[in-house]
Design a protein around this ligand. Structure first.
Ligand code: HEC
Length: 187
């Protein structure tokens, strides 16, 4: 009985000290103040296991179609390269100051399976700069990005730039047709 009371007092003291710590402002939330080794380990283990568990059971569609890869490239080039960089392309200046930093997906992307990449891209990662794009993009729009991530590690700077050029040419053409279409409909 005595032991139980002692344990309760110790726990209450620990909670009390933690509340004082939280309110004191001592903890530095700056992105420039890096986590200690223990905190990093706790975050890494929790994150890796969470992603694996939540991605389990996601069914992967066929990801090798070249039109699908090209579509994924367009999304990646618009929404991901700014933070992650790719094939010799640097990230945007603002993304250099992110903590945790956004890893190169060409180098670290193959640590994850396709379902895991899909889950991360759709849901984002809490308390990091990694956004959830699933709020405004359907699964059918996200899978092409995952298809593109499968070929990204093998890609050279030249190949990346030539996909960008092809995309720009293609998007320039239909836009003109569309505006003509709209014109003829409204008349
Ligand atoms: C605003 C910056 C930002 C944008 C835009 C962004 N990400 Fe991220 N992403 C991050 C950060 C920061 C992390 C690291 C999170 C961490 O360490 O837990 C990350 C992590 C990831 C990871 C996990 C990689 C790993 O090994 O930890 C994947 C996969 C990923 N992002 C895919 C994407 C895709 C695909 C897009 C585009 C749809 C995208 N990200 C757009 C910031 C961004």
């Amino acid at each position: 009985m005595k032991i139980l009371i002692v344990i309760i007092i110790i726990l209450a003291l620990a909670v009390g000290l933690f509340i004082i710590f939280m309110n004191s402002g001592i903890y530095n939330v700056a992105a420039t103040s890096e986590h200690g080794a223990l905190t990093l380990k706790i975050i890494e283990v929790t994150k890796d296991n969470s992603i694996r568990k939540h991605a389990a059971g996601i069914e992967v569609p066929e990801l090798t179609d070249s039109a699908m890869i090209a579509e994924g490239f367009a999304h990646f080039d618009e929404m991901c390269v700014i933070c992650h960089g790719a094939a010799g392309i640097g990230k945007d200046a603002f993304a250099i100051g992110l903590y945790p930093e956004a890893p190169s997906l060409a180098e670290e992307g193959d640590e994850w399976t396709a379902p895991e990449l899909f889950w991360i891209t759709k849901h984002g990662i809490k308390l990091t700069g990694m956004p959830a794009i699933g709020d405004v993009h359907s699964d059918e729009e996200i899978w092409p990005i995952i298809a593109f991530l499968q070929v990204l590690p093998e890609m050279t700077y030249q190949e990346y730039m030539s996909m960008r050029q092809t995309g720009e040419q293609e998007s320039a053409e239909p836009e003109e047709e569309n505006s003509e279409d709209h014109g003829s409909h409204t008349h």
